[in-house]
Design a protein around this ligand. Structure first.
Ligand code: GLU
Length: 561
């Protein structure tokens, strides 16, 4: 076919496509960016399952754009209508909003859009893609394919038998050299067609991709006449990627490593369309240790892969983000130690520090980070966030919290404003266990199942010690006096009042003052470990303190101490 015929062919195949590629080139002018500013995107498909890998990839893209003074946008890739799930768009936006991963452009929760390069949902860009498909046909770089599914299957079976590469290429690309007349004839007969790329590539040639994460990658040139426009009028991922990332001005394509093998198709498409090539950064999946080997986080085996898992357990968003940054760039941890109070947004994420083989997920690390994040929150912040979580996941707790905000703030404030605040909670799910004793409802419910008097002191002694404590307890004591009384009482029972003396000659004592405090602590909180006991007693008040000690005594007596 000569040039004229290609034009004719394009009009025959896409008669309704009036707007040209040039029109769209003018409609979406090049972005004005300062030197070094990156334009990145998160381009998920609305398949309904938001996973940690998505948040991971979105965070990398967002950080790269914003730390360089560029633009980060969200594009919904819904050209595969079969995989689409109702509400999928909202779930994606919700995941980004939950973690404060701000996108400058894209679809919003309200169903509107922000940004000048939209629509940001591929299914609404049909006309745009078709203009570029038409351009490809006019240039002789694309053609119609009338092959039916059974013909394709036959061809696949033959390729299998001959043990040759599968696909639509070379002699297998049977529609590639169809004459204009034949195309016209088939169309007149009402035959359906799709549009394929007429690949100029040679499989034996190698191309080099300098990937920003994977490094230098050698790929075979593409020779497959891949589909660019499907029978439903929508493009394939490959074609949409080229058109969108070009028109939307993406400078850096960050995406899953599963796209790396097809990068040779993309490079070819960009060239044929006359587009500048963006830089590529292919992200490997998050891995997990399984025995001695690493494997991909799996949807089936690992609940922590689901984005919802972190919400359900109540990990603060900062914990998840800080943790992800840790596995994105391992030097984040050191930076965080040196800059404990800076926003994570001050940390510079680097492509060359992302593990090319895949970052390793480690729950213990996440929990350590989260403990730290919560420890440095103010009591009021803990209250608000915990309440918000409880409203959704723990009604009983939410009701107790709402009843008396000040009360909760008081106990969340214990040991707060000190250089090393207590690290009590990993996530909101943990909190109830740690604060239940402040509420009689929860305390007595648990006590019914028994007290945790596990200390080496025999029960009879515990009763006597608690009875004695009731006699000497004075709610008006300051902390020094309060402790002095406990120490003196310890001494009276033959326990060391002073730890140094105890350590020197433990054989001289039945135990030490800590054993005595633990007994009182367990009677009041039913826990061997708690924040400052003096503060707890003050917060719950003397009546409840006495009541609880009495209750413990009765319990022990009934249990036949
Ligand atoms: N929609 C593609 C996916 O979800 C995105 C690939 C890309 O970021 O280009 O895998």
């Amino acid at each position: 076919m000569d040039k004229m015929d290609y034009k004719k062919l394009a009009n025959l195949l896409l008669p309704d496509v009036k707007r040209t590629a040039e029109y769209y080139e003018n409609l979406y002018p090049k972005r004005e960016l300062k030197e070094g500013a990156m334009v990145t995107r998160y381009a998920p498909s609305p398949t309904g399952f938001q996973h940690l890998g998505g948040v991971f990839a979105a965070l990398i893209a967002e950080r790269m754009a914003h730390q360089s003074g560029g633009v980060f946008y969200l594009r919904i890739e819904d050209t595969d209508r079969k995989r689409e799930v109702e509400g999928g768009d909202e779930e994606i936006i919700n995941a980004l909003n939950t973690y404060d991963i701000y996108f400058d452009e894209g679809l919003t929760m309200e169903g509107t859009e922000r940004g000048n390069y939209g629509p940001y949902k591929q299914s609404q860009r049909e006309d745009i893609y078709k203009a570029y498909v038409k351009y490809m046909i006019e240039k002789g770089n694309a053609y119609p394919c009338f092959c039916k599914e059974d013909e394709m299957e036959l061809s696949r079976a033959e390729q299998e038998a001959l043990k040759v590469r599968k696909g639509y290429y070379g002699k297998w690309a049977t529609c590639r050299n169809m004459s204009f007349d034949e195309v016209q004839d088939r169309i007149a007969k009402g035959q359906n067609f799709i549009i394929r790329l007429k690949s100029p590539g040679n499989w034996d040639n190698k191309i080099i991709l300098d990937d920003l994460i994977k490094g230098r990658v050698e790929l075979s040139e593409n020779d497959q006449d891949i589909v660019i426009l499907k029978s439903d009028g929508l493009p394939t991922y490959h074609f949409a990627h080229a058109v969108d990332d070009h028109l939307m001005g993406t400078t850096h394509v960050t995406r899953g490593v599963e796209w790396l093998p097809s990068a040779s198709i993309h490079i070819q498409l960009f060239k044929l369309l006359g587009f500048d090539l963006p830089r590529f950064a292919h992200i490997s999946p998050i891995l997990k240790m399984d025995g001695n080997s690493k494997r991909k986080l799996s949807k089936r085996k690992d609940p922590e892969i689901a984005f919802s898992y972190y919400n359900q357990l109540g990990y603060p968003k900062e914990s998840v983000i800080e943790y992800l940054l840790c596995i994105i760039n391992s030097n984040f941890e050191e930076w965080r130690r040196e800059n404990p109070s800076e926003s994570y947004r001050e940390f510079i994420v680097r492509f060359d520090k992302i593990s090319p083989g895949g970052s390793l997920f480690d729950t213990n690390k996440l929990n350590d980070i989260s403990k730290n994040v919560i420890a440095y929150m103010s009591a009021a912040e803990i209250y608000e966030l915990y309440l918000k979580w409880a409203i959704q996941y723990d009604n009983e707790m939410a009701e107790l919290l709402v009843k008396d905000r000040e009360y909760a703030i008081r106990f969340f404030s214990i040991d707060k404003n000190i250089p090393k605040p207590r690290k009590d909670f990993v996530c909101w799910m943990d909190v109830k266990e740690g604060i239940g004793y402040y509420y009689d409802e929860l305390f007595y419910k648990r006590v019914k199942e028994g007290y945790d008097f596990t200390s080496r002191i025999i029960k009879r002694d515990i009763i006597v010690i608690l009875q004695e404590y009731l006699k000497i307890y004075n709610p008006n004591d300051d902390k020094t006096m309060w402790f002095e009384r406990i120490r003196n009482m310890a001494e009276g029972f033959g326990y060391a009042k002073d730890m140094k003396a105890f350590k020197r000659n433990p054989e001289n004592f039945k135990g030490n003052v800590a054993d005595i405090s633990t007994i009182i602590r367990i009677a009041i909180t039913n826990r061997a470990n708690s924040p400052d006991l003096y503060e707890i007693m003050n917060i719950i008040g003397s009546n409840r303190t006495i009541e609880r000690i009495e209750n413990a005594i009765i319990y022990l007596q009934e249990k036949g101490a």
